[in-house]
Design a binder for this molecule. Sequence first.
Ligand code: PMP
Length: 282
Amino acid sequence: MAENDCLVYLNGDYLPVGEAKVSVLDRGFLFGDGVYEVVPVYGGRPFRLDEHLRRLDGSLHGIRMANPLPDDRWAEIFNRLINGEHDQYIYLQVTRGAAPKRDHAIPADVKPTVFVMCSAIAPIPISGVCAVTVDDIRWRWCHIKAITLLANVLLRQEAVDRNAAEAILVRDGWVTEGAASNVFAVIDGVLTTPPKGNDLLPGITRDLVLELAQENGVPAVERRISLDDLKRAPEIWLTSSTREILPVIELDGVAVGQGEPGPLWPRMQAIYQAYKQRLRMA
Ligand code: PMP
């Protein structure tokens, strides 16, 4: 199928992506006033759907919006857009909608804009990636999955400019997360990830990794990670819905551990893939 024929959902209609149009007065366009979700789909089924929809509720609540659709309606839209059994992901976006005039304050009686599309998941570079550390210049409500991603865009580009796949963000000497991922590091033999708070996104993959670690007897803890500890860690991983558990093999130009995925990674990777497989078969 040509890219432009791909079917998307926009405000109640299913139409080819090239025909989906939004007003220039949409507050998503003018202010970045909206939130989004990315839900992976394996074997034709959305993965951790409840968790993603609950996080969507949280993000909407954080920007003073109500969820425009009930869960079963979201699921119906996703199922209509899912195309076959290959690994794909649903992208959904809710903006505050188009108001008659441009004003920062939230307008009354505006209909939200609801957009959903489904895309193939790109191959994951499981042999490992390079990352760089950068100053976390973002706003202080990073727990909201807001479409306002300019800081993340610039930070990721800084990583790309330095031949790295991801920027690991550091605020006041403490690791927060990646530009589009959560961060794990093995510290004194314990899998460690920063605790949830306003300075990072409560990643669905992050939570699943912690859950699977506990179920499988892998020592894991939610604890702040200093930049010094990160630099000394023998293993660093990035987690996200579309990149799963990605080993970092080089940080700021220096090898992490032996410069290849460390010993805990294949174990957690096997546990994670087995979990995905169980869900595919369920
Ligand atoms: N943090 C940020 C800033 C992200 O953009 C993402 C992924 N979109 C994540 C963490 C990972 O979240 P999840 O595991 O839910 O994809």
